[in-house]
Write a protein that binds this ligand. Structure first.
Ligand SMILES: [Zn+2]
Length: 446
């Protein structure tokens, strides 16, 4: 094979490569990288005029660079200094006391941990575009960003509070014209997906889905606060949505018949009456669920090739640290997050038994939490190969970018995580990075 002088080549030698189709490692392979792309994968096929830089990776384990599938990166921006320091500490990033550019430090840490792509599920689109541009122009090291921009919902906005600190975090969609405008805007600002949340008028919602499809933007849906969903999961699947966020999202759809009737009789009730019903569901907990209905919903998910991102970490995290979420009524919120975690695990476990593609997402901004999500998915029954696929090929497929990302194959981006230990033996071995390449550049070497 002829090599042009101007091309920068790296040869990773004698490495075990994760095969995302078979879910196993192919032993003792070489990976030839040229500039930002994988050129060849195999053995002894590279005879260049100029010898590439060689790195021996004997006994190591190569994975495609990982995706974090549910982040909210813009929360790192506009934070007071004391919060910035707290977040850095939580992320395990050393702070030398200089002026902090938190988002840059954290993005760099994501990449260094081998998380070379992020799917961001909600935040101001202009801020996200700036981050993406800065990373792609090489101003600092960070993952490739694929973002939704604002969370979209009918007024009044559930997350209106976020707009004070991060204007444009959540945007109202009250008419077809609103839907048309926002999809056009986020598409022009480089969005890769659409995030719908909570309430919608159904005709506006359908119109929004059509507009998104027109612009090739896949839609992921969070039905919103627990119960009283205007686009519940089963309806969402019928309307064509192919990804849902949060393990607890099906809860309303799978209520026992009597509880579902009671719920539906309260659709027009006042907020206090609705809240009393919600309280009752949280006190009944898992007994409120019909396993038959859950299985029916999962069959529907399987039939329509729906992806599911359980974000188990976030519920466990807030159950253990309710003060991060709320300043008042701590006990109530702690209890609610404990139940949401329990319900999410119960639902995720059943979903995992079918051939549903699970995405690894933390619902936050901390590289460490991606690995914690993997640990929780494992504890709830997801196999190691499926966890790895849920952070590599599945998000690449869902985003429609599997021609460039998601596996170690010729012509894909040379973003590769090389581990010292085998993650199929213990998913915690994902944290034993030896070498990380992002678009052909070494961003971490242990
Ligand atoms: Zn989220």
């Amino acid at each position: 094979m002829a090599v042009r002088d101007s091309k920068k080549q790296i040869l990773l030698k004698n490495v075990n490569i994760f095969d995302v189709d078979k879910g196993i490692f192919r032993s003792n392979q070489d990976i030839l990288i040229e500039d930002d792309l994988i050129k060849e994968v195999g053995k002894d096929s590279h005879v260049g005029e100029e010898s590439p830089m060689e790195i021996d990776c004997s006994q190591k384990f190569a994975l495609p660079g990982l995706f974090e599938c549910h982040a909210h990166l813009t929360i790192l921006i506009n934070q007071p200094d004391e919060v910035k320091r707290e977040i850095l500490k939580e992320c395990g990033i050393e702070n030398n006391g200089q002026e902090l550019e938190l988002e840059k430090e954290v993005l760099k840490e994501f990449a260094r941990e081998g998380i070379t792509q992020i799917r961001d599920c909600g935040g101001p689109v202009k801020t996200l575009k700036t981050l993406k541009d800065e990373v792609s122009q090489g101003e600092y090291v960070g993952p490739d960003l694929f973002y939704a921009g604002p969370m979209l919902e009918k007024s009044p906005l559930t997350g209106e509070g976020n707009n004070k600190r991060w204007p444009g975090f959540t945007v109202a969609v009250n008419s077809k014209q609103d839907a048309k405008n926002i999809i056009e805007q986020i598409s022009n600002e480089g969005a890769s997906l659409v995030k719908t949340f909570g309430k919608f008028d159904i005709d506006v919602f359908k119109y929004l889905l059509d507009e998104a499809k027109e612009r090739n933007l896949p839609v992921t849906h969070d039905p919103g606060p627990t119960f009283f969903h205007s686009v519940p999961m089963d309806r969402g699947i019928d309307l064509g949505i192919r990804c849902f966020e949060h393990g607890k999202s099906p809860w309303y759809v799978i209520l026992q018949d009597d509880l579902k009737s009671e719920h539906d009789s309260l659709l027009e009730a006042d907020p206090v009456t609705k809240e009393a019903f919600i309280d009752k569901m949280f006190s009944i907990g898992r007994e409120s669920i019909s396993m038959t209905k859950l299985k029916q919903l999962i069959d529907k998910m399987a039939n329509r090739s729906v992806y599911f991102c359980p974000t188990l970490h976030v519920f466990k995290h807030y159950a253990e640290h309710p003060e991060v979420y709320r300043e008042d009524e701590l006990d109530k919120f702690k209890k609610r997050f404990e139940i949401m975690y329990e319900i999410s695990c119960l639902i995720a476990k059943e979903v995992m038994k079918q051939d549903i593609k699970i995405l690894v997402g933390q619902d936050g901004w901390n590289p460490r939490f991606t690995f914690n999500e993997m640990k929780l998915l494992k504890e709830n029954g997801l196999s190691e190969p499926e966890i790895i696929k849920g952070a590599t090929i599945y998000p690449a497929q869902w985003l429609g970018i599997a021609d460039q990302f998601g596996s170690i194959s010729p012509n894909k981006k040379a973003s590769i995580l090389i581990l010292n230990r085998n993650p199929l033996e213990d998913i915690q071995n994902m944290k034993t990075a030896h070498l990380v390449l992002h678009n052909g550049k070494i961003v971490f070497q242990g």
